[in-house]
Ligand binder design. Structure first.
Ligand code: PEP
Ligand code: MG
Length: 322
């Protein structure tokens, strides 16, 4: 199997009936790039920048960030790189920010909420990203967006920093796409409105599942509720993909579900454009997709959206793909 997969490193990802999708990688640091290239990633679908901020005792400077972003963009050699702005909070703490303890950190002051309030931190990161943009194919993505107001405010700050850099004579790419993570149910439900204003969606199922099921993704006792194949989750995923396509935008997924063997046939059928996963899953996924018929998976997806339970969905996928 491994040797069969290895042959796919430089191949495009196409289904048996010739439908093309992108397989990208999730990374945490520039050191992860080697794995992305060795495993034939079509790009970086999620660069979790919070690791730049963790395991140290002060914020990273603009220059430190610039170096990291430039390294990733250059390393990917013109292939798309989706950089997610700081997603701190929840399970990821930054002790040096000395934020007050919260009763429900996953529902609290985190990610874009923190960035819109602590604008110095946000603006520093955006400047580093904008300055690095000329070294590759940068796409910027905001995490934990719950309302259009948040997106508009974050976008306005980005535009403001961009204009200031241009005014000071800096060279900034003029083709940076701007997208959001869809990981809060309100945003999935309102995806048709968001799709008019964003360039792309990336569905963050790790959080979307926990917020939809009201089941902490870290809590073993409620892990039985953490159901990626639940018809409820699949309906949300469908809404997001359809909303993107209705506006001529693309939809990706960067939660664990995107690399999951049982989910992939469904996601292909639902029309997902980009699957972002750990680099080590890419070749296996490419091999799997090559054997699937998009048209057949569309039929399967349509069927499961009307099912009642996760068990029924799993059974239907197994029957359709064995
Ligand atoms: C997600 O929520 O699906 C996601 C990709 O983000 P993270 O796992 O970093 O919260
Ligand atoms: Mg998340």
């Amino acid at each position: 199997q491994k040797t069969e997969w290895a042959k796919l490193v430089n191949e495009k990802t196409v289904s048996a009936d010739d439908h093309h999708v992108e397989l990208a990688a999730n990374i945490g640091t520039p050191n992860d790039l080697k794995g992305v290239i060795e495993n034939g990633g079509d790009g970086v679908g999620l660069y979790r920048t919070e690791f730049l901020y963790m395991g140290r005792d002060q914020l990273p400077t603009e220059e430190e960030q610039f170096d990291a972003y430039k390294a990733v963009l250059e390393g990917m050699n013109g292939k798309p790189v989706v950089v997610r702005t700081l997603d701190i909070g929840g399970d990821k703490e930054l002790p040096y920010l000395q934020l007050p303890k919260e009763l429900n950190p996953f529902l609290g002051f985190r990610a874009i909420r923190l960035c819109l309030e602590e604008q110095d931190i946000f603006r520093t990161q955006l400047r580093a990203l904008l300055r690095a943009s000329r070294y590759g194919n940068l796409k910027i993505m905001f995490p934990m967006i719950a309302t259009l107001d948040e997106f508009r405010e974050a976008k306005a700050i980005l535009e403001d920093e961009k204009q200031k850099l241009i005014d000071s004579g800096q060279k900034i790419s003029d083709s940076i796409e701007l997208g959001i993570m869809v990981e809060i149910p309100s945003t999935a439900i309102l995806a048709d409105q968001f799709a008019k204003e964003v360039d792309f969606f990336s569905i963050g199922t790790n959080d979307l599942i926990q917020y939809t099921m009201a089941a902490d993704r870290m809590n073993q006792r409620v892990s039985y509720l953490y159901q990626p194949y639940s018809p409820s989750i699949l309906r949300l995923v469908k809404m997001v993909i359809d909303a993107a396509h209705a506006e001529g935008k693309w939809a990706g997924m960067c939660g664990e579900m995107a690399g999951d063997e049982t989910a992939i046939p469904l996601l292909l059928g639902l029309g997902l454009d980009e699957f972002s996963m750990s680099a080590t899953s890419i070749l296996k996924a490419r091999s799997q997709i090559k054997k699937l018929s998009k048209v057949e998976m569309e039929k399967l997806a349509k069927q499961v959206l009307n099912m009642q339970t996760t068990a029924q969905v799993i059974e239907a996928v197994n029957a359709a793909t064995k």
